[in-house]
Ligand binder design. Structure first.
Ligand code: IUR
Length: 467
């Protein structure tokens, strides 16, 4: 039997005694009035949510109370822990202890890092059980990108995942139904009660899913800018700091990189196009910003997992896998282990092959030209994302079908010089004519000025590292 608890009701109704457990209305009232929820209270709340004993109205009210009153570090860590244990927690063989790692990104335009990072890390000898999302957004999530490869299966049981991890070292899969079930319920209600954008709730949602993977080390890519969920550096910094605390507080060595997401990452946006670019990167021929980000995120993990004695050594190790054929070989092995026919996987990973013999690409294309000569100061990632979404690359509600072959190929980037009337972007689309509205939106996305750019990325998207 739970011990009797007493707490003060701000003098309104005097002392209230709760015996034999808690009750939802009292917990909602406590949080509504600015109280701090205890570990036991948070655990009770989550248990009741998962059992289906919390009414819709109560859940919405509690989330709104948490949203308005905020959760402090301790409440966030307690909520993270309770959510982690609301369902299955993945278990790995003892001999992998110290070597199980993963990354989470808050999401950006052209962000195909996971597709490169997981096999590159596996090639370094660490284990990567990447549980990923589809994402509701303008462009598809990691799972959508992978599903543009014919035969790729993202729905693996824990046993199947373990087998792929043993044989290959990495896998990229969707969340199984009993991994952090509390998050599924909370997330769906946050979505319809305008309680999504809260640092404590975001942190517990993201970190609980990663802790349930039983990781030893986690790196977070927290994006800032026009194409990111968080537009300003201060909120990104706050979220990163809170997530690092919650991760470390849950026993996972956690570090966050703040990265620039004003312009699309790499040159390709859209599901199959991004797979193509990832394959180039795995061959050592990727765009500089993408390759750098893979190396820096992966380097942090190798260092944290004790696979390198310093960061520079870690960067060199992972960079090596992109140039010596081992990362692309792991990608081929992962594809085969996750359902892609062997001859197809091998052909996709052959250097110099036109991957669009296998991957879908929309049959019509339109070139977008620069209206003036000068230096590229900005390519608005959000405008690129909105057009890609309207072409069919993303979804606005769960379950919607998406179009794998549509997207954008950028032939310039911030800091480069462009000539008037030359193509800086090719759009791949299904309809014969690209609507004028999309053309003008993309033309508007490019900001060209006569003077050179002083603040171009200087070779990296990383703005800061939060430990
Ligand atoms: N992704 C998550 O897993 N959880 C969240 O709350 C958000 C994005 I916002």
């Amino acid at each position: 039997m739970r011990p009797t608890e007493k707490y003060d009701q701000n003098g309104i109704s005097g002392e209230r005694v709760i015996s034999n457990g808690f009750c939802m209305p009292s917990l909602i009232m406590k949080k509504r009035d600015g109280g701090k929820l205890t570990r036991n209270e948070i655990e009770y709340f989550i248990r009741q949510v998962v059992k289906g004993h919390v009414q819709e109205g109560q859940l919405g009210a509690m989330l709104m109370a948490m949203f308005i009153r905020s959760l402090d570090n301790e409440e966030t860590t307690n909520l993270t822990r309770a959510m982690t244990h609301s369902g299955d927690v993945l278990r790995w063989p003892d001999e992998w202890k110290g070597s199980v790692v993963d990354k989470h990104s808050t999401g950006g335009v052209g962000d195909k890092v996971s597709l490169v990072l997981a096999p590159a890390l596996a090639a370094c000898g660490v284990k990567v059980p990447m549980v990923s999302g589809r994402g509701l957004g303008h462009t598809g999530g990691t799972l959508d990108k992978l599903e543009s490869i014919p035969g790729f299966n993202v729905s693996l049981s824990h046993e199947a995942m373990l087998q792929v991890m043993k044989n290959v070292g990495c896998c990229i899969v969707g969340q199984t139904s009993n991994l952090v079930p509390a998050d599924k319920i909370l997330y769906a209600t946050r979505d319809v009660t305008s309680t999504t954008e809260n640092i404590g709730l975001i942190t517990s949602s993201i970190i609980s899913k990663k802790v349930a993977e039983s990781l030893d080390a986690l790196v977070l890519d927290v994006k800032i800018g026009k194409g990111a969920f968080l537009k300003d550096e201060q909120s990104a910094r706050e979220l990163a700091t809170r997530m690092v605390k919650a991760g470390n507080g849950s026993g996972v060595k956690t570090v966050a990189l703040l990265t620039d997401m004003d312009s699309p990452l790499g040159h390709m946006v859209g599901n199959a196009l991004e797979v193509a670019e990832s394959i180039h990167c795995l061959h050592g021929d990727g765009p500089q910003d993408l390759t750098d980000l893979v190396i820096r995120l992966g380097g942090q993990l190798l260092f944290k997992a004790g696979h390198a004695s310093g960061l520079q050594e870690a960067y060199n190790i992972i960079n090596g896998t992109l140039h010596n054929g081992t990362a692309i070989a792991k990608f081929a092995a992962m594809m085969k282990a996750q359902g892609v026919k062997a001859d197809l996987a091998d052909r996709l990973c052959e250097k110099g092959v036109d991957v669009f013999e296998i991957l879908p690409r929309a049959k019509h294309s339109t070139q977008i030209k620069s209206e003036m000569s000068g230096y590229v100061h900005d390519i608005d990632a959000m405008k690129c994302a909105v057009v890609t979404g309207k072409l069919g690359a993303g979804r606005t509600k769960a379950g919607e079908a998406i179009s794998f072959g549509v997207g954008l190929h950028l032939s310039t980037h911030v800091g480069k010089h462009v000539e008037k009337d030359t193509t800086w972007m090719t759009v791949y689309h299904n309809e014969e004519k690209l609507p004028d509205m999309f053309v003008s939106m993309l033309e508007d996305a490019l900001n060209v000025r006569p003077e050179p750019v002083k603040t171009a990325h200087k070779g990296t998207r990383v703005v800061d590292v939060i430990t």
